[in-house]
Design a protein around this ligand. Structure first.
Ligand SMILES: NC(=O)c1ccc[n+]([C@@H]2O[C@H](COP(=O)([O-])OP(=O)(O)OC[C@H]3O[C@@H](n4cnc5c(N)ncnc54)[C@H](OP(=O)(O)O)[C@@H]3O)[C@@H](O)[C@H]2O)c1
Length: 320
C-alpha cells in the first residue's frame, strides 16, 4: 500500500509517498481503508524536527507517516474490537492517516453520518475537539455571552465560531480581509478584519476569548475581557520559545487580575465526536474545507497548511 512517509526532519519537501507494508489491527483496533485525512499544525510542526526535543521522542532517524484525522471504511477488526464491523463508515483519530490504510483504536472512532462526506468527516476530529473542549470545558461558554474567536478562519477557528453559535453565544470572529465573508457565512455576528483594526484596542468587551493565534500579549487580551472573563489559549506562535513565554506571561498575569487565562491540550473523546455528529446532522456545524489534495500531493498539502493562512481545513482525499 502507499503512504506519505518522512525519513528525515525538515520542510514538507521531505515527505514522500512510498510503498509500505499494510498494517494489521492489534487488540481493540480496526483497520481502515482511508478515504480522507486532514492536516493539523502538529503534523508539519513535528515533521520540522524543531524544537530539537521532538527528535528525542521520534528518533534521530524518523520513519513517520503524519496525519491524526481520518475518515474511511472499516476493512478488518482486531481482537476485542466490538464496536465496528467491516464495511462501517467511520471517522476519528489515529496515527499515520495520510496513507491508503491505517489502524486506529476503536475508542477514537465513531460512525460517519450518511449526509457527511468523507472529506468533511476527516476535517473534524482534532480541530473540533480543540474548539469544543476549549469553549465548553475551559471557557465554560454560556448562552448570551459575548465570545471573541481570534483566528476564526482557520481549522480550529471555523469550528469554534459554529460551536459557540450552537451554544447561543454572540460571536465576533477575527480574520483577514479575504476571509471576512466566509466567517460571517458560518454564523459570526460580527467580524473584525485584523488588517484594518486591532481588536485589543477597541471598546468592545468579551466574556470569553478563544485564541487560536497568540499574537497579542496576555495583558492586551485582558483589556478586552470583562472582569470575570476567560481567555482560552488554544494556539500560539510558531516557535516553542514564544509559546512558552506567552504562557508564562499569562500565568503570572492571572495571579494579579480577576480574569482567567487557560492553556490546554485537546484530548481524544468518542463522546465529543458523537456530539459533533449531532451538530453536523442538525446543520449547526458544516466543516469548511480550503482545499482537497490527492495522496500523491501530500507534501503540497502540508506546505499549504504550513503557511498559517489556510481557510478552514486542508484535506487529503485518498483515491479508492
Ligand atoms: N491546544 C490544542 O490541543 C490544539 C489542538 C489543535 C491545534 N492547536 C493550535 O491551534 C492553532 C490553530 O490551529 P488551526 O488548525 O486552526 O491552524 P490553521 O488552520 O493553520 O490556522 C490558519 C488560520 O489562522 C488565521 N490567522 C493567521 N494569522 C492571523 C492573525 N494575525 N489574526 C487572526 N487570524 C490569523 C488565518 O486567517 P487569515 O488567512 O485570515 O489570516 C488562517 O485562517 C495552532 O497554533 C495549533 O497549533 C492547538
Amino acid at each position: 500500500m502507499k503512504a506519505a512517509v518522512y525519513t528525515r526532519y525538515g520542510p514538507p519537501d521531505v515527505l514522500q509517498v512510498t510503498d509500505v507494508e499494510k498494517p494489521v489491527p492489534k487488540d481493540g483496533e480496526v483497520l481502515i481503508r482511508v478515504r480522507a485525512a486532514s492536516v493539523n499544525p502538529l503534523d508539519w510542526r513535528l515533521m520540522s524536527g524543531r524544537p530539537f526535543v521532538v527528535r528525542i521522542f521520534f528518533g534521530l532517524r524518523p520513519r513517520v507517516t503524519p496525519g491524526r484525522d481520518v475518515a474511511g471504511r472499516v476493512e478488518a477488526v482486531g481482537r476485542n474490537a466490538t464496536q465496528f464491523k467491516p464495511g462501517d463508515e467511520v471517522f476519528g483519530t489515529c496515527v499515520g492517516a495520510i496513507a491508503e490504510y491505517v489502524c486506529a483504536a476503536e475508542l477514537g472512532l465513531v460512525n460517519k453520518p450518511a449526509g457527511v462526506t468523507f472529506e468533511q468527516a476527516a476535517s473534524v476530529p482534532v480541530a473540533a475537539y480543540t474548539a469544543l473542549q476549549g469553549l465548553r470545558d475551559k471557557g465554560r461558554i454560556q448562552a448570551g455571552q459575548r465570545v471573541l474567536i481570534n483566528g476564526a478562519a482557520g481549522g480550529v477557528g471555523m469550528f469554534a465560531v459554529q460551536i459557540a453559535k450552537s451554544f447561543g453565544a454572540d460571536v465576533t470572529g477575527v480574520c483577514s480581509t479575504r476571509n471576512v465573508e466566509m466567517v460571517r457565512s458560518i454564523g459570526a455576528d460580527r467580524v473584525i478584519d485584523y488588517t484594518r483594526e486591532d481588536f485589543t484596542k477597541n471598546e468592545q468587551h468579551y466574556d470569553l476569548m478563544f485564541d487560536c493565534i497568540g499574537n497579542h500579549s496576555p495583558s492586551a487580551c485582558r483589556r478586552v475581557l470583562n472582569p470575570n472573563g476567560i481567555c482560552v489559549m488554544a494556539g500560539g506562535p510558531k516557535q516553542l520559545r514564544s509559546i512558552l513565554t506567552h504562557a508564562l506571561k499569562a500565568l503570572v498575569l492571572s495571579w494579579f487580575v480577576s480574569q482567567k487565562f487557560v492553556m490546554f491540550i485537546a484530548r481524544r473523546s468518542q463522546k465529543d465526536l458523537t456530539m459533533m455528529n449531532g451538530l453536523m446532522t442538525a446543520g449547526k456545524v458544516t466543516p469548511v474545507i480550503d482545499k482537497c489534495y490527492r495522496l500523491s500531493e501530500a507534501a503540497e498539502a502540508l506546505r499549504h497548511a504550513e503557511t498559517g493562512h489556510a481557510r478552514g481545513k486542508v484535506v487529503i482525499a485518498v483515491e479508492t
